[in-house]
Design a protein around this ligand. Structure first.
Ligand SMILES: Cc1cc2nc3c(=O)[nH]c(=O)nc-3n(C[C@H](O)[C@H](O)[C@H](O)COP(=O)(O)OP(=O)(O)OC[C@H]3O[C@@H](n4cnc5c(N)ncnc54)[C@H](O)[C@@H]3O)c2cc1C
Length: 455
């Protein structure tokens, strides 16, 4: 029995790999491919949260904006993620501090935390209904041995300006959080349908007059006071370009030594029955992540399914991003589903998908300018937590391009460590994944043992 079929045990319907992820379809109103020559004030490459937010914010300042997207808006991670709008709690504070010290780490925490109200505000301003549930997000432990790390992280986060609250076991049970999750740190934010969010940004951008070209991959670009972007059937020129291509950036031949493309996977269950939902409790439908070294994320959707993500990451030699299934990741997630929710035995997995995020060795965002005249902006290194920050960056970039120089953008500048050449990079990243798995397996074995002892 192969991994996919194993993962599908208990499924009435066979498990399906969705190459576009679980939330989006190719839009019915695909925008035209770029043909001939076009000009604008700014060319944005990539139509995910970062590209669309930048285009919208620039358009609001009166700029003429062209967006070049290789497939369709939301094709990348923005259309495939778990839908957690979460501040700084999703990342490891101690890594920030080790790399840039307390003072600058405070600014990174600010970047992540300010992104939450910014995105919440955008839902209202742009009239985007994306099933947002401002439930807060819980970073919840599955074994008592995780408590020390959770509390240390909360304490350091507090010193850096992050607001979080400890939720003890009594409160977890009173709130109906599934019993696998013992206690937690809680931060504001919530969960949403990322497909609806990115489609809302796309619709708003088209309505605002952004010239969005879909099925238009950037092939090459020239540097200088005027940048010319070449595509298969045309070209576009502008004095400023924004590369919002995130995990796909190394394939453009830039920032290869700064970020790697990391594959993240997800499974979605069949809809829970009314009885299963009632038995589950979880009335607030809080998004849950775990403090494993390779985290798990667990959430209910507005359409009554559960989405689980991460648990096993992938790296393809050379930071390539093939749009193919990751069977072992889906099997690992299906096992998590069975183990964390014994009451839902038999709940089938409906489909699974994978997407790519980008990460630097120091896990910090990689944001800056490059090119002969420093007029090429880039934003990558989202480390799998970019729903908020990759949206907020659009506002900061637009202000900067408009001559305002936001101090938060300046505060994020730091030296990103250089990546190793292949095959060393492949070896280092896979060794890191293996070490994280060893530590997580150890925790999970303890959970199994203590569950077996309870009978
Ligand atoms: C399974 C999964 C779960 C996740 N869960 C969460 C979560 O719950 N919360 C959270 O905060 N983050 C999460 N993330 C991360 C989050 O989705 C990303 O950080 C965010 O979407 C990045 O947005 P972006 O616009 O920078 O990149 P993307 O959305 O990847 O957009 C880049 C775009 O560039 C386009 N492109 C690439 N190359 C070219 C080219 N040559 N020419 C033209 N266009 C090009 C791509 O097609 C793509 O549309 C998750 C990611 C994954 C994969």
């Amino acid at each position: 029995m192969n991994a996919l079929n194993k993962a599908a045990q208990g499924n009435a319907a066979p498990l399906t790999f969705r190459s576009l992820g679980g939330w989006v379809e190719r839009p019915g109103d695909l925008q035209p491919t770029l043909q001939g020559q076009a000009q604008a004030d700014v060319i944005v490459v990539g139509a995910g949260f970062a590209g669309l937010s930048t285009a919208l914010e620039l358009r609001a300042l009166g700029a003429d904006v062209i967006v070049l997207e290789q497939e369709f808006a939301g094709f990348g991670a923005s259309g495939r993620n778990a839908g957690y709008l979460l501040g700084s709690m999703g990342i490891e504070y101690d890594m920030f501090v080790k790399r840039v010290g307390m003072e600058q780490a405070t600014q990174f925490v600010r970047f992540y935390d300010e992104a939450v109200p910014y995105v919440e505000g955008r839902f209202k301003t742009l009239a985007i209904d994306c099933d947002y549930n401002p439930s807060g997000v819980l970073r919840a432990c599955v074994h008592p041995s995780q408590e020390k790390r959770l509390l240390q992280s909360m304490a350091l986060g507090r010193k850096l300006g992050a607001v979080s609250r400890f939720v003890d076991g009594v409160e977890m049970r009173a709130r109906g959080i599934p019993p696998a999750f013992l206690f937690a740190a809680e931060q504001c934010g919530g969960t949403l349908n990322p497909g609806k969010y990115v489609a809302g940004l796309r619709r708003a951008a088209i309505e605002a007059g952004v010239k969005l070209y879909e099925r238009t991959p950037l092939q090459s670009f020239s540097e200088g006071p005027v940048i010319t972007c070449k595509t298969a059937q045309g070209s576009a020129s502008a004095p400023v370009m924004v590369l919002a291509t995130n995990a796909y950036t190394p394939q453009l031949g830039v920032l290869r030594n700064k970020v790697a493309a990391i594959r993240v996977s997800a499974i979605e269950t069949q809809p829970l029955s009314t009885q299963q939902l009632a038995d589950l409790g979880w009335q607030g439908r809080e998004g849950i992540i775990t403090p494993h070294y390779t985290m798990e994320s667990h959430r209910l959707t507005a359409h009554g399914t559960m989405v689980l993500t991460v648990k096993k990451l992938g790296y393809v030699y050379g930071s390539n991003t093939p749009n193919i299934p990751d069977h072992t990741a889906y099997a690992a997630l299906a096992q998590v589903l069975r183990e964390r929710y014994p009451a839902l035995q038999g709940l089938g997995v409906k489909h699974c998908w994978s997407g790519y995020v980008s990460g630097a060795y120091d896990f910090l965002p990689v944001i800056g300018t490059m090119g002969a005249t420093q007029n090429i902006y880039y934003t990558t290194g989202c480390s799998g937590h970019g729903l908020g920050t990759q949206s907020l960056i659009g506002k900061l970039f637009a202000e900067q391009i408009n001559g305002k120089a936001p101090e938060l953008l300046a505060a994020l500048q730091h030296k990103t460590p250089s990546m190793l050449p292949e095959p060393l990079q492949w070896c280092v990243i896979h060794s890191g994944f293996a070490a994280a798995k060893l530590l997580d397996d150890w925790t999970d074995r303890k959970v199994r043992k203590s569950n077996a002892n309870k009978g």
